[in-house]
Design a protein around this ligand. Structure first.
Ligand code: ATP
Length: 239
């Protein structure tokens, strides 16, 4: 591998530098994050863990460009995303990021297949690839038999898996997942995390997720623990 290739490989996909997020003013001021530094290498599987209210979702929202830090910088590769206009920010998400939220954001009148197709359409994936991408992503989350069903006909865990399939299908360079296994039983959670691990090991994507689940932590490449708005300790550093 040439020096150029190897240095490109090591370039972080996300760099968070001295980030702070304060909500509200005066008496209602809440300092949720402060002095956050994080470097996410490409093709890694990283988790943010911490107590409820520790700021995990807030940090994911900042990385997605859905919110802006009150201080500090967030880079996607070499691009400073906290300076993006709203238009640049939504274009950035549309073309680079798959988002799995706690509220799944599925379109109620669309079947599982149609929801995933919708995701492919807005990500700009060429139409000739849709059929394979839809089939493969549905298979990956174990919902082949439910492909023609609508979200209201599915359980919470099944809806969560549709949201995962929809985020994966466009093959984004970064997936941000807020508690993607929260609704799943331990066997299915393990299956999904293993699928995440395979997608990152095969250099198909990079994943940053939040979790409460101690059972899955050992599969991950890197775990950041948030406590009192700061990164407490770093574990499982393998890079
Ligand atoms: N828009 C807002 N205005 C004021 N406070 C907010 C706002 N958004 C989040 N917070 C506060 O920031 C803190 C962190 O919230 P966040 O959702 O990031 O936590 P979390 O670690 O993801 O929690 P959980 O595990 O319960 O999902 C909470 O105390 C919350 O009340």
């Amino acid at each position: 591998m040439s020096l150029k290739e190897s240095s490109e490989y090591m370039e972080p996909i996300i760099s968070v530098k001295d980030v702070e997020r304060v909500f509200g003013k005066g008496d209602r001021k809440v300092q949720v994050l402060s002095g956050i530094d994080m470097t996410i290498p490409p093709h890694s599987l990283t988790a943010l863990k911490g107590r409820s209210g520790s700021g995990k979702t807030t940090l994911l929202n900042l990385i997605a460009g859905l919110d802006k830090p009150t201080k500090g910088e967030i880079y996607f590769r070499n691009s400073l995303i906290n300076d993006y206009t709203e238009k640049q920010s939504s274009e950035f998400r549309r073309t680079n990021i798959g988002i799995i939220f706690q509220s799944f954001g599925l379109v109620p009148l669309m079947t599982v297949e149609e929801n995933i197709e919708f995701g492919l359409r807005i990500s700009g994936v060429s139409k000739e690839d849709w059929k394979d991408r839809i089939r493969d992503s549905i298979e990956l989350v174990g919902l082949t038999k439910r492909a023609k069903h609508r979200p209201y006909e599915l359980s919470g865990g099944e809806q969560q898996r549709v949201a995962i399939a929809r985020a994966i299908a466009p093959k984004p360079s970064l997936i941000l997942a807020d508690e993607p296994t929260a609704e799943l039983d331990s066997k299915m959670a393990f299956h999904i995390i293993n699928a995440f691990k395979e997608l990152t090991s095969n250099k198909k994507t990079t994943i940053i997720m939040t979790t409460h689940d101690p059972g899955i932590l050992e599969i991950l490449d890197h775990v950041y623990t948030l406590e009192d708005g700061q990164i407490e300790n770093e574990t499982q550093e393998i890079f």
